[in-house]
Every structure is written in structure tokens, then in C-alpha cells.
Ligand binder design. Structure first.
Ligand code: MG
Length: 384
């Protein structure tokens, strides 16, 4: 059988690194066609030498570095800020893994959807801000979207073999993040470093902070809304500290399907790459007797107001999710740089969300304009 040609957007981040582990395990099934990265060019160089991609897209600075070190006849160097859409649309590409973070993923995601590729998104932002546009483009062009985010992968898997119209409710599980057992009065006393210690998942800094505020879970509500065409009222967030159940679906007849597994991103990544086939992932399985119990609790909406804000934004729709996402990105960055107190992240984001005049059924241009507006408004608030 022909090997699948894989493009990895964001190959030096945690999703990219795990995707390459899966590829390495199944070299006979996958070929690395393209890699892209923004920062870590030393790791990118290593990845190029190991996987010989046909294309690599990097920043100008990284490109200068790479030109001296790699064989540019075997691997062509492209510009990460302009050439991604062309690269993912190439005829040879089978699967596009979107591991890069931020709304920069929007345009390559759309290009891959228009080109009818299999898309494995781990990136939330694109689906949060432009879910309708992306899903419509995928439907119209026969693209298959197999999500990599563990909760969305669980929902996707629980839907397999069932009828979408029989779905009653989605239980979106959440570990609860770093602050689950920390009283709110102590939030601003923790250092950034302490805040970055997530109990169950190892992830990037921005997403770890978003997990602490539960903003990340709120984004996942919006992501699920877009991916599976759900009503916000049919999505229930459930705190599940062990992170063993990655989400569940309740059907009309009262049956509940859950997807369980160890907390390792290689499982949903590999599933997206091999779908609908399943292969040995080479991880130690859960020992249920050792685990003994799975627990659940309702999220504390007062302690974590971001979750309720996301649900409000999901009900309103239009350009508002784009504003939410942009304001959060700027506010979290300010927090990570020591310029904003932790609890102020929410205050700032909420203020920008309330201020925005929503455009219903926006075009991509209007979504990007709302993003720009929110970033500059947030910076204004931060500068005061
Ligand atoms: Mg997740």
C-alpha cells in the first residue's frame, strides 16, 4: 500500500513531536512530506535530517540557519508566513496535522479543507473562531476532519457507528487544571512557574494557563460545537481529575458511550493518522485495579468564570469567539510576562468581549478584523 504523505504544521511543539514518534513507529505507513516551525530551529534541523521531508517552512532567520546545514536539493525551504496554504494543498499531501497554536492556523486549515485533505487538528483557535467556515469548506470539498484534541477525539470515536441524530448530550471531561484544589484567594500568590505545572497533561505554556482558568475547556466547548454541530446547551462539562475518560456521549435511549485511555497524546494522534484503522501504539495500558476509582464533580463556575463566558460567547456566535480568543491570547501573554495578575486575565477578556459589536455570519475577513480589533483593545486596557 502507498504510504500516506503527512504534513505537520508546528513540528517542534508537543503535538508535532508526538506525531513524529507515531510516524517513526510506522515508517512503512507514513512519509513525512512537510514540516513547519516558528522557533526551535535546532530541533527542526534534527527532524529534517531524520525524516527527509520534501518541504520545510520556517521563519527567515531559521531558513538562513538551515540553508547552511541541510541538503536543500532534497528539502525545499519555504516561508512559514506565506507558503503554508500552498504546501498543504499540494496534490501529494494526504494528511495535515495542525499542531501549531494560535489563529495563524486558520488559513492553512481552510486551504487543506478546500483541497479535500484529511485534517487532524490539535489547534483549537481555528475551529473556535471560524468553525462554521472551516466545517462548510470541509463538507463541500470532501475533506475528512479527525480531531486530535483528546476530548474531541473521544467524541469523534463515540460517534463512530452511531447516528448523529440520536445524540442527546455530550459530557466533555476536564482534569480541572492546576487550580482545581487551590482556593481562589490564593490564585494570585502562585508564581507563573507553579501555575505551569499541570497535573495530568504536559502541554505548552499558553494552553496550561488556559487549563488553569478553564478557558481551555471553554474553548473546547466551542470547538465541539463547531466540529459536531452541537447546541451549547447539550454540552456538559464534567471535572474528572484522573483524565482517564476523555469524553462521553449520551444517546436518546439512555446509553452512554465513553472513550478511555492513558493520558498520552500519541493515542488520538495515531488514531487520526490511521483512521479508520487502529494499530498498536506501544503504551502501557491502564491497570483498572490499581486505578481503583474514577471521580467526577461539577465545575465551580464562580471560581472559574471563563467557562461561563465561553458558553455565553458560543450562544452569541458570529465574530464574538474571534474576539474572545484574541483577547485571551494577549492577556495570557501579559500574564506569562509578569505584566498582569492571574485573576485579571478573566477581567480583561470579559471586558473586551462585552465591548464588541457582534457581526452575525461573518466572512473570514470580518473574523480576522474582529481579531485585530480585540488585540488592540486588549493592549489598550493593559497599557492603562
Ligand atoms: Mg483537550
Amino acid at each position: 500500500m502507498k504510504r500516506k504523505n503527512v504534513v505537520i504544521l508546528g513540528s517542534t511543539g508537543s503535538i508535532g513531536i508526538n506525531t513524529l514518534k507515531v510516524v517513526k513507529r510506522y515508517r512503512e505507513k507514513f512519509n513525512v512530506y512537510g514540516l513547519t516551525a516558528y522557533n526551535n530551529h535546532t530541533l527542526l534541523e534534527k527532524q529534517i535530517k531524520e525524516f527527509n521531508p520534501k518541504y520545510v517552512a520556517a521563519t527567515e532567520r531559521a531558513a538562513q540557519y538551515l540553508r547552511k546545514r541541510i541538503n536543500t536539493r532534497k528539502t525545499r525551504i519555504l516561508n512559514v508566513d506565506g507558503d503554508l496554504e500552498g504546501m498543504v494543498s499540494q496534490r501529494g499531501v494526504d494528511v495535515v496535522v495542525i499542531g501549531m497554536r494560535g489563529s495563524a492556523a486558520l488559513e492553512p486549515f481552510l486551504a487543506a479543507a478546500r483541497a479535500g485533505k484529511t485534517i487532524a487538528p490539535a489547534n483549537k483557535e481555528a475551529l473556535v473562531v471560524a468553525g462554521d467556515i472551516l466545517m462548510k469548506a470541509a463538507r463541500q470539498n470532501g475533506a475528512t476532519i479527525v480531531p486530535v484534541d483528546s476530548e474531541q477525539s473521544a467524541i469523534f470515536q463515540c460517534l463512530e457507528g452511531n447516528r448523529r441524530e440520536d445524540l442527546k448530550r455530550v459530557y466533555l471531561t476536564a482534569s480541572g487544571g492546576t487550580l482545581r484544589d487551590v482556593p481562589k484567594a490564593k490564585f494570585n500568590k502562585l508564581s507563573v512557574k507553579q501555575m505551569l505545572k499541570h497535573p495530568t497533561w504536559k502541554m505548552g505554556d499558553k494552553i496550561t494557563i488556559d487549563s488553569a482558568t478553564l478557558m481551555n475547556k471553554g474553548f473546547e466547548v466551542l470547538e465541539a460545537q463547531a466540529l459536531f454541530n452541537l447546541d451549547i446547551k447539550d454540552i456538559e462539562v464534567l471535572i474528572h481529575p484522573q483524565s482517564i475518560i476523555h469524553s462521553m456521549i449520551e444517546y436518546k435511549d439512555g446509553s452512554i458511550m465513553a472513550q478511555l485511555g492513558v493520558t498520552d497524546m500519541r493515542i488520538p494522534i495515531q488514531y487520526a493518522l490511521t483512521y479508520p484503522e487502529r494499530l498498536d501504539v506501544g503504551l502501557k495500558q491502564i491497570d483498572f485495579c490499581k486505578l481503583a476509582k474514577l471521580t467526577f464533580e461539577k465545575p465551580d463556575m464562580k471560581k472559574f468564570p471563563s467557562l461561563g463566558l465561553c458558553m455565553y460567547v458560543g450562544r452569541k456566535g458570529g465574530t464574538l469567539p474571534s474576539v474572545l480568543n484574541a483577547a485571551d491570547e494577549v492577556a495570557v501573554e501579559a500574564y506569562l510576562n509578569g505584566k498582569l495578575k492571574f485573576t485579571k486575565i478573566y477581567d480583561v477578556v470579559e471586558r473586551i468581549v462585552r465591548k464588541h459589536k457582534i457581526i452575525k455570519k461573518p466572512t473570514l475577513k470580518q473574523i480576522i478584523a474582529a481579531d485585530d480589533w480585540a488585540r488592540s483593545e486588549t493592549r489598550k486596557v493593559l497599557d492603562r
